[in-house]
Design a protein around this ligand. Structure first.
Ligand code: GLY
Ligand code: MN
Ligand code: MN
Length: 512
């Protein structure tokens, strides 16, 4: 890693290239725009309506979205194909012959901190994946009649309403939504209850696909249940099939993952560069968030961990309200969300810019385990649960070699001790959600075009009498985001510095 180059990139993000998106994505997506249409009939139907709509389009926000895309990087055609694949997968899950199916996927509902004061809206990832629609409380309904494999897609949205739009901003409305989201029909959300009641009383669907636990939009939960009782069929969960799709990224999603991982990486680098003794954890978190947003992220992917000294031994420390001490290390775990896609990065660095002898020993130990785990992903493709077993084995052996764990314990005890020092999993899938596609078990084989994290850590409590005193109170985690490909793992966060020399060259080099 060239340190000077890294610092130059940091500065260019903040002060020159106001945003990444235009430059990189214009170039990268040119080829998919130029690609011949799979069917000219299909492409002819797909257009993005002109005019100001309820979400950015290529006409109103050309700096964010390219021609031919519904959301940044993703075409209407891709969303349509996702729905087709999704329906096919669901039909394959149950005995399908002669059956009527009804699928209901709700959007997220706006949440309020008090009275009329909303939190920043975050769309439900399942709904977004199938529609590209950013509207709160919309509902995707797909119906498939018996004896016929054709299906109909209906999107319930908030219709145009000049009074509501005066307060909340423009809506897309039913007419433009039908074209924008390339569905068969759009209806006002107020009609949802009557629509599915009528539908179920007439067609008696044998299978209703609806995620019944922790309902995404509680407002329609009762309507769905009333309709379900009327249909007298079975209720099945569509999430398993959906998450199996989401865990494998399309070429366009991979580009979005590369972009968000680049933004996150440079933002961690900038946080590192702005770290000095006496600066607060809060200020370092703010540098991260500012850099992300300036580079085109909506916001952070999750509340960041910015933990100085022994606070790093609390895995989910998010108070971030202490001042940084000269001799301490800082553990940051942070990510960016850009066009709904997340990065998730952890780095640990010395506040003063120089690792102490024992900090360096432990840091290099975690770093060598982390690099070996990424190599193993290429050599053996272990399932994520197996990667966790490998981490415990590697950490245990390395800690024993350094004299941090005793020599006279057997391998089971060693693995147990390593697990107690790193009690979290070493990996999860990453994408539209930080812990992405949670219904895909971590014991399934890892496949091409998955994005996973590799994040070993060691957390030694200040009062842990079982390790030598010089290592007590140290907490270290190193986390990269890794794309799985047929030619090996690709570290998408590779511009985020992690070598000791590179870290020491950057920490403290940027004034806040
Ligand atoms: N930042 C959450 C995680 O690493 O899983
Ligand atoms: Mn993670
Ligand atoms: Mn993380």
């Amino acid at each position: 890693m060239n340190n000077i180059k890294t610092l130059k990139v940091l500065r260019s993000i903040l002060f020159k290239e106001k945003s990444l998106k235009c430059k990189n994505i214009t170039h990268r997506y040119q080829s998919s725009i130029d690609a011949p249409p799979s069917s000219s009939r299909e492409i002819a139907q797909l257009t993005i309506p002109k005019g100001i709509l309820g979400q950015p389009t290529c006409h109103t926000h050309p700096h964010l979205i390219q021609q031919g895309q519904l959301t940044c990087g993703i075409t209407q055609q891709e969303y349509k194909e996702r729905r087709e694949t999704f329906v096919r997968k669901l039909l394959a899950e149950v005995e399908n012959v002669h059956k009527t199916h009804l699928i209901v996927i709700p959007a997220a509902k706006k949440q309020y901190m008090s009275d009329k004061i909303p939190y920043v809206f975050r769309q439900n990832s399942d709904f977004f994946y199938l529609t590209g629609c950013l509207e709160p409380s919309a509902i995707l309904v797909i119906t498939k009649p018996a004896f016929n494999d054709d299906f109909k897609t209906i999107l319930f949205v908030h219709d145009k309403d000049s009074h509501a739009e005066l307060w909340e901003g423009p809506r897309t409305g039913c007419v433009a939504s039908t074209t924008l989201f390339s569905v068969d029909e759009c209806l006002p959300v107020e009609k949802f209850h009557d629509y599915i009641n009528k539908l179920t009383s007439i067609s008696k669907p044998s299978v209703m696909w609806y995620h019944n636990d922790n309902p995404t939009n509680p407002d329609i939960h009762n309507s769905v249940h009333t309709a379900f009782r009327q249909g007298q069929g079975v209720m099945e969960d569509p999430q398993r099939a959906l998450h199996q799709m989401r865990v494998i990224k399309s070429p366009a999603e991979i580009e979005l993952m590369k972009e968000t991982c680049y933004v996150g990486s440079q933002s961690v680098n900038m946080a590192m560069a702005c770290t000095k003794p006496g600066v607060s954890e809060h200020a370092v978190a703010s540098v991260f968030e500012y850099t992300c947003r300036m580079a085109g992220a909506e916001h952070g992917a999750f509340p960041p961990v910015v933990a100085g000294g022994p606070r790093a031994t609390h895995i989910h420390y998010v108070a971030n309200n202490q001042l940084l001490d000269h001799g301490d290390m800082l553990l940051m775990d942070a990510g960016s969300q850009r066009w709904m896609y997340n990065s998730d990065i952890s780095r640990t660095w010395p506040v003063s810019g120089k690792f102490s002898k024992h900090q360096r020993i432990l840091y290099e130990l975690v770093l060598s385990v982390q690099k070996r785990l990424i190599e193993l992903m290429g050599e053996q493709r272990p399932a994520l649960d197996q990667l966790f077993d490998q981490m415990c084995r590697l950490l245990g052996t390395a800690l024993q070699q350094e004299g941090i764990l005793p020599k006279n314990i057997d391998s089971n005890e060693l693995i147990g001790r390593a697990y107690r020092l790193c009690p979290h999993h070493v990996s999860h899938y990453l994408g539209l959600d930080v812990h992405d596609a949670p219904l895909v078990r971590r014991r399934v084989p890892v496949a091409d075009n998955m994005v996973i994290t590799v994040e070993p850590g060691i957390y030694i409590r200040p009062d842990d009498q079982s390790v030598p005193p010089e290592f007590r109170g140290l907490g270290i985690r190193i986390e990269d985001d890794v794309l799985i490909t047929s030619s090996g793992p690709v570290v998408l966060t590779n511009t985020c510095v992690k070598e000791v020399d590179d870290i020491e060259a950057i920490v403290g080099k940027q004034n806040i």
